[in-house]
Design a protein around this ligand. Structure first.
Ligand code: SF4
Ligand code: FES
Length: 239
């Protein structure tokens, strides 16, 4: 009987696309030996280093911190460095994040994603004279936006969002999470301006409460809840 923790061969079905030679994406299979402790990122690295150096994907930290390696693994958007192969079975499908233009293989064009992020002014706005030491905040005030500080801008949520797939003008869940992070920060003075930005058809109202975003987030952020809080703030303060 095979040992559960034995090294085994798994098949990765990877979506390939090279715009210089392909007219459309296609699937390519790779057989790779995997240890139970391997992550999908380890297998992608092994394929790139020892089987096909042309395979393109993003990665950096390998520790779930940088957000570079979000991709669609067995139908769910996840970080390749956070998914253990032993939890996926012997056939693993790997595709680029849905909803974005594919540049090559698993690398997508994230410029629209970061453009929407910039639109919500994701920085502290406060023109008041700063105190001699620091802008104090109570533990309760800090806790108000703690969840949304955890965002690593991986785009897994926005790439799982049907309203964003349907219309890329919708700013998407990640931008809304990062708006929330400052709207509910007691030190910030840009709240009204940010709520006005969100109070548009392709702002917070572009969200249709599908909820894929929360399920996709590798940081466990309650994305849908944060969006709903922004909507309620708009209704309470702008209407
Ligand atoms: Fe990634 Fe979560 Fe931030 Fe969305 S909210 S970009 S899924 S970390
Ligand atoms: Fe940085 Fe996965 S490589 S989050």
């Amino acid at each position: 009987m095979a040992r559960a923790n034995a090294r085994r061969v798994v098949t990765l079905e990877i979506q390939r696309f090279n715009p210089e030679i392909d007219s459309a994406p296609h699937q390519q299979s790779f057989q790779v030996e995997a240890d139970p402790s391997d992550r999908v990122l380890d297998l992608l690295n092994r394929i790139k280093w020892f089987q096909d150096g042309t395979l393109a994907f993003r990665r950096s930290c390998g520790q779930g911190i940088c957000g570079s390696d979000a991709m669609c693994i067995n139908g769910r958007n996840r970080l390749a460095c956070k998914v253990l192969v032993k939890n996926l079975g012997e056939h693993i499908s790997v595709r680029p994040l849905p909803g974005f233009r594919v540049i090559k293989d698993l690398v997508v064009d994230l410029r629209p994603f970061f453009q929407h992020y910039i639109e919500v002014m994701p920085y502290l706005i406060n023109d008041e004279r700063p105190p001699a030491t620091e802008r104090l905040q109570s533990p309760e005030e800090r806790a108000r936006y703690d969840d949304t500080t955890k965002c690593i801008l991986c785009a897994a949520c926005t790439g799982a969002c049907p309203p964003f797939w349907a219309n890329g003008r919708f700013i998407g869940p990640a931008a809304l999470v990062n708006a929330h992070r400052f709207i509910f920060d007691s030190r910030d003075r840009g709240r009204a301006e940010r709520l006005a930005i969100l109070n548009q058809r392709f702002g917070a109202w572009g969200c249709r409460d599908v909820g894929n975003c929360t399920e996709a987030c590798p940081r466990g952020i309650q994305v849908q809840d944060a969006i709903d809080q922004c909507k309620r703030a708009i209704l309470a303060e702008l209407t």
